[in-house]
Write a protein that binds this ligand. Structure first.
Ligand code: ATP
Length: 462
């Protein structure tokens, strides 16, 4: 039996991501670009599989949720109506010694003092000054900071503005994807034959000028969100809220996350329009942190957009002839955070006969490569041809990889590190009896399977 040590520290995961092509720092040959990352060949597969699972669960398996892909750029008025231009901010402080800019609520929380980003500037500065001697700069250790100031997180652009002082009337890269859903509520209603209660789901990029962007892909300035807004009759909010909480919790269990690594975090400091708000937190290498928010937002969003656009966004109930602004239950998750949670969960180091095996125990549905196909030797055309034949059949149904490089042990280790659940090896016996060796990533057990049986075998397993 291998000895398992679960030392999934962040550094090890970051190193694996770089070494095996999951995640690269952005613009690396130009010394990098802070808080932006690129997904490499296996990273894009894993991220796509996460998105596929979300989309399947949220749209395909339901008859009350439809999809949308709204543009990143929208009318700047949308961000005024939503309150982002005025209020989408985090409290910023600067270390007077090393001039590092830091998020004040995070600094306080790290020192065990309750604070959050929604507090007023006055309130958070009061807590800050009461606890000044407990707070140290994480970079240089000094304890001398500028007073906290609200810093707006919206990212500005000059799209469509051809003057030199475009910053006076900027357009914005969206700070969240859900505004595209709210402003298309009527379009969807008029075109998709939906009736309340129904939801609109969307996956897409969002941008925020995050002050402190550490912890790898947990907090980045460009990231992808998977959001669903569920429109309900006023008064039904909390019933559907509970249903969505249960559904979203189950989603993570179905991805292979252990329940002990998840927990609910209730928002104590609700914004004025919210009815209820909880986050699902995951036990990251740096502690329990937000993975997804599940929020009952009342009628705030559609009321604001009605007011600012002048359009009537009420819903006419065909059964009762009642007119009302729907209330919204939102589920909002980040692809990068789920990606990091999945890697944290899957990463294992095992000691086998004094050697360390690194293995990603990914659920087969998430694994970037499902099956790797090897000829035993690279320089034997009959083995290579047979392996190619098998690869060409399997690749039609699954993402497969062909590898004839190095000894078989090394090829297994490489596939273990990227989480490939099965490896198929063609050897000299295969040429005689049409049987190949199928090796299981987790148990490392090998079995002989007839080539004609392979598709049926993998269909059952994957
Ligand atoms: P936090 O408190 O961690 O800043 P938030 O409460 O601002 O997050 P939301 O606005 O609720 O986050 O966004 C919904 C989801 O989008 C989050 O649960 C997270 O998964 C993801 N997300 C938000 N900001 C980022 C970011 N900067 N980088 C990566 N993912 C993010």
């Amino acid at each position: 039996m291998p000895q398992i040590n679960n030392s999934n520290s962040l550094d090890k995961i970051v190193a694996l991501c770089k070494r095996r092509g999951f995640v690269f720092p952005s613009s690396e040959i130009y010394d990098g670009f802070t808080a932006v990352y690129d997904f490499g060949p296996y990273g894009v597969e894993l991220a796509n599989n996460i998105k596929k699972e979300w989309w399947r669960t949220m749209t395909q398996l339901r008859d009350d949720v439809v999809g949308l892909d709204s543009a990143i750029f929208m009318s700047p008025k949308i961000w005024e109506a939503s309150g982002h231009v005025k209020g989408f901010s985090d409290p910023l402080t600067e270390c007077k010694k090393c001039h590092t800019r830091l998020r004040l609520d995070a600094l306080l929380e790290e020192a065990g003092i309750f604070a959050d980003e929604k507090m007023s500037e006055e309130k958070i500065n009061q807590i800050f000054s009461e606890n000044k001697n407990k707070i140290k700069c994480p970079i240089c250790g000094a304890s001398d900071f500028t007073p906290g100031k609200k810093f707006n997180l919206l990212v500005q652009s000059n799209l469509g503005n051809f003057t030199n002082d475009w910053a006076k009337e900027p357009t914005y890269l969206r700070g969240e994807t859900c505004q595209g859903i709210y402003v298309n509520f009527k379009n969807v209603l008029d075109s998709a034959r939906v009736k309340i209660p129904f939801g609109i789901a969307q996956i897409g990029k969002a941008f925020r000028n995050e002050i402190t962007a550490r912890q790898f892909i947990f907090r980045t300035r460009e990231f992808e969100q998977m959001e669903m807004q569920y429109f309900v009759k006023p008064g039904d909010d909390l019933k559907y809220y509970e249903e969505w909480k249960a559904a979203r919790w189950k989603f993570y269990l179905d991805l292979g996350i252990e329940e002990k690594n998840l927990k609910w975090h209730k928002h104590e400091n609700l914004v004025f329009y919210a009815r209820e708000a909880y986050d699902i937190e995951y036990n990251f290498p740096f502690g329990f942190k937000e993975l997804e928010g599940v929020h009952a937002r009342g009628d705030y969003d559609l009321t604001q957009h009605s007011k600012f656009s002048g359009q009537d966004l009420q819903y006419l109930d065909p059964a009762t002839n009642e007119k009302f602004i729907p209330h919204i239950v939102e589920t909002s998750a980040g692809v990068g955070r789920i990606f990091l949670a999945i890697l944290t969960e899957a990463y294992q180091e095992e000691t086998i006969e004094s050697e360390t095996r690194i293995v990603l125990r990914l659920s087969p549905k998430l694994a970037p490569i499902k099956i790797a196909v090897f000829p035993l030797l690279k320089n034997k055309p009959e083995l290579v041809n047979k392996a190619r034949e098998i690869f060409n059949v399997l690749k039609i149904s699954w993402r497969c990889e062909f590898d004839d490089n190095g000894n078989i042990g090394k090829r297994y280790r490489r596939q273990d590190e990227i989480g490939t659940p099965y490896c198929v090896t063609v050897d000299f016996d295969s040429l005689e009896n049409e049987e190949v060796t199928v090796r299981d990533r987790d148990s490392m057990k090998q079995e002989r399977i007839h080539i004609s049986e392979l598709e049926r075998f993998f269909r059952e397993k994957i």
